[in-house]
Design a protein around this ligand. Structure first.
Ligand SMILES: [Zn+2]
Length: 323
């Protein structure tokens, strides 16, 4: 007899046991022999846990459904244009809300548009500010192409024009902020001197203790308030410096784009900070709609006019001749 050193243990429920007993009786073999014959030449592998079996079964079932869903979704262009390049970047000029991307007919992206989200939720809150995605796309592409094309050959006048723009917009504001800051700083110092003088007056008996306490405490409060405001004011003043840095960064990035043919998500997100959409207007029966494009680091870009470019071109030509 061959040596048998593999032990197999079965656990059967009542039903299985009855079935087995039946089969054993019919076979007329002893139970052990019947089982040996039944198992002969069968490879015994370890069963995976029951849960695993259920999981595989469920996955297969879901898999078939997922596949069907995928077929339906693809046939209905569900995966095309579910989102826009500009989603989350457009804002309403009138109420400040984001514009929602509306693309209900996925088979026809030409109808995809943006609408003020406040208006969409409640029509009385704003007007639609409706603009088609395609229009935005074209405007952005053309604007970027124009800007990049003029940055390359006309870097210096381009920078000068942006600086001038920063200047015009912010000179007044900056001066006002600087004055406010200087005033706050000198007032803080002045209060120190005042308190010192009051203290001396108090010592000399010119100022009563009570009066001294009230005055000095109110001055101290004023001083504390001012000192708390100073860091924020300083930060505001320094923002001008950041703008110059932003401009330089923009120029460096823009110079790397030599041939812009189409917009990619990377390009859009690298250059464009936000797009402000105005409501459409009709002038002589023609539809007009203003959009403000804010570029990272520079804000709204002041483009060189054709005349300015021509003048610059002439200047360069003259320089070349004299060189
Ligand atoms: Zn709005």
């Amino acid at each position: 007899m061959r040596k048998r050193n593999n032990r197999i243990v079965f656990y059967l429920n009542d039903e299985e046991l009855t079935a087995l007993t039946d089969k054993v009786q019919k076979s007329k073999f002893p139970r052990e022999k019947f089982i040996r014959i039944t198992l002969a030449n069968k490879r015994i592998t370890e069963m995976p846990p029951v849960d695993y079996g259920c999981l595989v079964f469920e996955m297969r079932r879901a898999g078939q459904n997922l596949h069907r869903l995928l077929v339906i979704a693809t046939a209905n262009h569900f995966f095309e244009a579910a989102d826009s390049l500009f989603s989350g970047m457009l804002f309403c000029v009138d109420c400040g809300s984001k514009l929602n991307y509306v693309n209900e007919d996925r088979r026809n992206r030409k109808k995809a548009c943006f609408i003020c989200s406040a208006y969409r939720n409640e029509t009385t809150r704003c007007s639609s500010h409706y603009i088609r995605e395609e229009i935005i796309c074209n405007i952005i592409l053309e604007t970027m192409q124009r800007i990049f094309r003029s940055v390359q050959p006309f870097e210096d006048p381009f920078i000068a024009k942006q600086r001038e723009q920063f200047g015009i917009e912010q000179k007044r504001e900056l001066n006002a902020r600087k004055r406010a800051y200087d005033k706050a700083v000198s007032r803080v110092k002045e209060i120190d001197a005042l308190i010192q003088r009051m203290y001396e007056d108090n010592v000399k008996g010119k100022l009563s203790d009570e009066r001294y306490a009230t005055l000095s405490s109110s001055l101290e409060t004023e001083q504390k308030d001012l000192q708390a405001k100073l860091p924020a004011m300083e930060e505001e003043l320094n923002r001008q410096v950041d703008q110059e840095e932003g401009l330089q960064r923009f120029i460096a990035k823009a110079k790397q784009i030599t041939d812009l043919q189409e917009l990619t998500p990377e390009l859009v997100h690298e250059f464009i900070e936000k797009i402000i959409v105005h409501e459409k207007k009709y002038l002589d029966g023609k539809r007009y709609q203003v959009i403000d494009i804010y570029f990272y680091g520079v804000g709204i870009i002041k483009e060189l006019t054709p005349e300015e470019m021509e003048a610059e071109f002439q200047k360069l030509a003259k320089q070349e001749k004299s060189a």
